[in-house]
Design a protein around this ligand. Structure first.
Ligand SMILES: Cc1ncc(COP(=O)(O)O)c(C=O)c1O
Length: 378
């Protein structure tokens, strides 16, 4: 049964394989003994290998051991879990926060928890798969608005009769690298008495001097805004959080199935997230370097004549037109020692190369990328 299905995937050039890395996750990575420049990670600030974080993780292993044994409600969490929640609440300027095992678990747990049969969800068409799955699991009316299209969102909200309304959006869209117009969405929610749920997975550590999208737009974290984000991208760690009013966070703790029925993250992972937050709170140089690198790459890519599909952030998609072209560009880059794989349906509707720049890339790394992209320009 599956061999037939796999054959079809291969015929359509949609078959995927994992490459096993022999090195830490950094600007240079090793596959099968060969080094590649890594332009395909969400390790935007290079924190996945930061010595201060590694040291904190090692110490936490001595203090707390490794495994966490069960869900926090069953076995208790460690004091580090609580410390990270307090730190995230302070960082996001909210009353409370709660840790989830991953961004996927957060969205699929929180969205069903904060909706009921009287709720209608309004979701951007390019929201992350974990939001889409969370919406489906919530079994409520889901209205999809065209990507960042405010008049479409407003029209849907105005027409829909529902006791409770929730607008859900990524802050930075993970495959397009553009930013949601949160200031306008905030006004629409306020006017229509709707709750706003943002997925700040890619905004945290990057926007608003690291504090995320609300800070970037100078939006006060109102009681009716629920913020989700991850530790797994710019913070170089693993796991996710929800931050909001103490009421909503307590409700989520008591009802989100992916929190209740899943083993807590190991304390050493939590220690890494705490250390990463300490670093970005103390020092904004990494964030500045990230944006300088991003601007360098974008200016050069545009000069060559590529279409970066509206990117506004260190996530830089390059329009390649067809799956064939996408694979061709990706293969060329790989031959030149650059890792930036093809992104194809169903991950995205339109195939592309997704370049991500980090603060750890050097000028020389960027020049090598640009040179290889120039050679393969279609
Ligand atoms: C916007 C967005 N939300 C959620 C997730 C899921 O986060 P995680 O990888 O921690 O499960 C991702 C990344 O994969 C993402 O890009």
């Amino acid at each position: 049964m599956f061999s037939e299905k796999l054959k079809i995937l291969k015929e359509n050039r949609l078959f995927r394989e994992i490459k096993d890395r022999e090195s830490p996750q950094g600007p240079r990575i090793k596959f099968a003994g060969k080094e590649y420049l890594n332009f395909s990670s969400n390790n935007y600030l290079g924190l996945a290998t930061h010595p201060y974080i590694i040291d904190k993780v090692k110490r936490s292993l001595d203090d707390y051991g490794y495994g966490s044994a069960a869900s926090r409600l069953l076995s208790g969490g460690s004091t580090l879990h609580k410390e990270l929640e307090d730190k995230i609440a302070q960082f996001k300027n909210t009353e409370a926060a709660l840790i989830f095992s991953s961004g996927y678990a957060a969205n699929t747990g929180i969205i069903p928890a904060i909706t009921d049969e009287d709720t209608a969800i309004f979701s951007d068409e390019l929201n992350h798969a974990s939001i889409i799955d969370g919406c489906r699991m919530s079994k409520v009316d889901i209205l999809i608005y065209r990507h960042k299209n405010l008049s479409h969102l407003e029209e849907l909200i105005r027409k829909k009769i529902a006791k409770r309304k929730i607008v859900i959006t990524d802050t930075i869209f993970s495959m397009d690298g553009d930013i949601s117009p949160l200031n306008d969405i905030y006004e629409i929610c306020k006017k229509n008495n709707a709750l706003l749920y943002i997925d700040d997975a890619h905004g945290t550590g990057i926007l608003g001097n690291g504090k995320g999208a609300l800070s970037h737009f100078n939006i006060h974290p109102e009681q009716w805004i629920v913020q989700m984000g991850t530790f797994s991208k710019a913070l170089g760690s693993f796991g996710a959080f929800v931050a909001g009013s103490s009421g909503v966070v307590e409700w989520i703790l008591n009802t989100a199935r992916s929190f209740i029925f899943s083993t807590a993250l190991p304390s050493c992972v939590i220690a890494a997230s705490i250390a990463a937050l300490e670093i970005i709170e103390k020092d904004s140089d990494l964030i500045k370097k990230l944006w300088a690198n991003r601007n360098k790459v974008v200016n050069n890519i545009k000069d060559i004549g590529y279409d970066i599909m509206g990117s506004e952030t260190p996530i830089i998609p390059i329009r390649t037109g067809t799956i064939e072209n996408t694979l061709h560009v990706s293969r060329h880059l790989y031959e030149k020692g650059i890792f930036a794989p093809a992104i194809r349906p169903p991950t995205v509707k339109e195939p592309r190369i997704r370049i991500t720049v980090t603060a750890s890339h050097t000028n020389e790394d960027i020049e090598r990328l640009i040179e290889a992209l120039r050679e393969v320009k279609i």
